[in-house]
Design a protein around this ligand. Structure first.
Ligand code: EAX
Length: 326
């Protein structure tokens, strides 16, 4: 009978699927980031998943962990080193603690626009910095993007560094950024991103700084009234892999990860560009007061000492090379 046929077909289907599964058990790749599932990082994570699963013909499956469910960015980088996390999309915020060479990219007002920043990250120098990750138990797969960072706060409109005097600003766990905000007269408080929303809500800090992308993805308008488009620093993102997973793979397999990371970075950059065009209007619609015409001169001047402190510690060579490439 028809019923019996269907049943037999179903059983043999299950058996075939089961055998196939045994022959080629897919390796699950855990990918983490700190932002929501609507963010530019998730756009990048989706592109990574699509590309890796397609290129490997299902040998690898990617599971995305959003919103810091695998921890903050510093914790996830540690996770890569010990093999509890496989792939991470992260800002360079905490990266300098592991790979000091990356600090150069976090200098305020280093890049003037997206083209310049992307051009440096896509250059030989960018590749060299990716390779440096290998000396610190990390695998640099691709430079991705977070965006130019701007200042938000709950207290007042900020147009000059003097307006930021005394403001308690959450910064990333990044020595260069902390120094820059100290020089500006603010009171920097380093904190992991997953703690930030609550800290703003409870008034532990008055403000924070992040790109339009992150402000949109995190609904910061719920806890921040003012946004000043200071664009005080470009925030690169990086797709990092765990050496514990990647060192055990063949060249071909590692190549899939690199290609998937490149596809991820490309998709993320496109989403950053879209949000640069559309994000500010969205934030205004949600009630934020946006100060657009900021004279950045006084901000640039205020953070100059951060450059001196950086070069006295790490020398001038890297900085000069970035400036030449830009
Ligand atoms: O990488 O910590 C931050 O402010 C970062 O910009 C965010 O986690 C996205």
């Amino acid at each position: 009978t028809l019923k019996r046929h269907v049943l037999v077909a179903a059983i043999s289907g299950v058996a075939t699927a089961g055998m196939a599964l045994q022959a080629h058990a897919a390796t699950e790749v855990n990918l983490g980031h700190t932002l929501s599932s609507t963010s530019h990082y998730s756009v990048g994570a989706d592109a990574f998943k699509e590309a890796l699963e397609r290129l490997s013909d299902g040998e690898f499956t990617v599971t995305e962990h959003t919103s810091g469910s695998l921890g903050g960015e510093r914790e996830m980088i540690e996770g890569l080193q010990i093999g509890t996390v496989d792939v991470v999309i992260t800002s360079t915020g905490p990266l300098g603690n592991f790979v000091p060479e990356s600090y150069v990219l976090d200098l305020p007002f280093l890049f003037e626009n997206y083209d310049q920043a992307r051009c440096v990250l896509d250059s030989e120098l960018g590749d060299e910095l990716l390779e440096k990750m290998g000396e610190h138990d990390l695998v640099g797969l691709a430079w991705s993007e977070n965006g130019f960072r701007h200042l938000t706060n709950s207290q007042r409109e900020i147009a000059t560094p003097a307006d930021a005097e005394g403001l308690r600003v959450r910064t990333m766990e990044n020595a260069v950024h902390q120094e820059a905000f100290r020089q500006m007269g603010a009171r920097p408080t380093p904190m992991a991103f997953p703690e930030l929303f609550t800290a703003l809500q409870q008034g532990t800090v008055d403000g924070q700084e992040n790109p339009i992308t992150v402000i949109v993805a995190t609904n910061f308008w719920e806890v921040q009234d003012y946004l000043s488009l200071t664009g005080h620093v470009y925030s690169p993102a990086i797709v990092l892999g765990s050496p514990i997973l990647l060192d055990g793979l063949s060249d071909e397999e590692r190549g899939w990860f690199i290609e998937a990371a490149a596809a991820s970075a490309q998709a993320t950059r496109e989403e950053v560009s879209r949000l640069e065009r559309e994000g500010v209007a969205l934030l205004e619609e949600n009630g934020m007061t946006v100060k657009t015409d900021i004279d950045i001169g006084p901000f640039q001047e205020a953070v100059q000492p951060a450059y001196e402190i950086f070069t006295s510690e790490y020398g001038t060579e890297m900085l000069e090379r970035v400036q030449e490439t830009a």
